[in-house]
Design a protein around this ligand. Structure first.
Ligand SMILES: C[S@@+](CC[C@H](N)C(=O)[O-])C[C@H]1O[C@@H](n2cnc3c(N)ncnc32)[C@H](O)[C@@H]1O
Ligand SMILES: Nc1nc2[nH]cc(C(=O)O)c2c(=O)[nH]1
Ligand code: SF4
Ligand SMILES: [Mg+2]
Length: 240
């Protein structure tokens, strides 16, 4: 039986980001990433700090844990990471979730393709801006966007923005794929802040700044600006 490296399973909660923000969902977070974003809010998935929590699970193990946590109070499961697209073995989980009539969301940065992408209902691709210190492979991103063009599910692009340079990058990505629903998301620079009131204030100020950038730009007439709703509600906690 193929195994999937899982670092946490949680929910029911709400999708705090992007196209289906507010959707009640469970989360399955896989371990391992091909990127090392400077500001990654889930670096425990790849930096070794939570390596003892990684479980090699079968699709059936994961389903059992989802049911144990969520009972019959969910019909949507979001797969995130790390980069879940590194895992060919996820196809087994995707088909099992389909059998159980779940809708499936995926969060990935668009650096790797998998054939099971075709079975995702809510697909979020989040290419990384300069502040991450990562470099986008646009040839790969073009391939992925091209293959998903005739996808039956919803596809969107979400770029996290921390500064002017990131905003310029976001414009560039939006122009490259102009027909794909496009979201800019507030970057959280304070991933170690423990005081939720302080964090909220900072994030709302950044949201105001980002809204202003979009309002003033004639190249961003058809984009949506969002905060991370879960961070506003529950701060930097894991598993929410
Ligand atoms: C932790 S990543 C996991 C999925 C995949 N590796 C990716 O980056 O798309 C999930 C989402 O969180 C975003 N994210 C990570 N750190 C963040 C931060 N400090 N502030 C805002 N968004 C962040 C990522 O850009 C991505 O859209
Ligand atoms: N509530 C909630 N929404 C999220 N949307 C994307 C998340 C992620 O870490 O991928 C995330 C998360 O960790 N929690
Ligand atoms: S690609 Fe996603 S999980 Fe990987 S380091 Fe960047 S934000 Fe974190
Ligand atoms: Mg998160």
């Amino acid at each position: 039986m193929e195994r999937i490296p899982v670092i946490e399973i949680f929910g029911p909660t709400i999708q705090g980001e992007g196209m289906v923000i507010g959707q009640k969902t469970m989360f399955v977070r896989t371990a391992g990433c091909d990127y090392r974003c400077r500001w990654c809010d889930s670096s425990f998935t790849w930096d070794g700090s939570a390596k003892d929590e990684i479980k090699q699970m079968t699709a059936e193990d994961i389903w059992q844990q989802l049911k144990q946590l969520g009972g019959d109070r969910f019909n949507h499961v979001t797969i995130s990471g790390g980069n879940p697209a590194l895992l060919k073995s996820l196809h087994a989980l995707i088909s099992l979730l389909k059998q159980h009539r779940m809708r499936i969301g995926l969060e990935t940065q668009g650096s790797v393709w998998q054939d099971w992408f075709y079975d995702i209902d809510d697909f979020t691709i989040s290419p990384k801006p300069p502040s991450s210190n990562m470099e986008t492979n646009f040839a790969m991103l073009d391939t992925i966007m091209d293959r998903l063009a005739s996808h039956r599910g919803q596809v969107s692009i979400k770029v996290v923005v921390f500064n002017d340079e990131d905003f310029a990058y976001a414009k560039h990505v939006h122009q490259r794929y102009p027909t794909v629903p496009f979201y800019v998301q507030v970057g959280n620079d304070d991933i170690h802040e423990g005081d939720d009131v302080t964090l909220r204030l900072k994030l709302l100020q950044k949201l105001e700044w980002l809204v202003e950038q979009v309002v003033q730009s004639n190249e961003m007439n058809d984009v949506r600006v969002l905060p991370q709703l879960h961070t506003l509600l529950w701060g930097n906690r894991r598993g929410v």
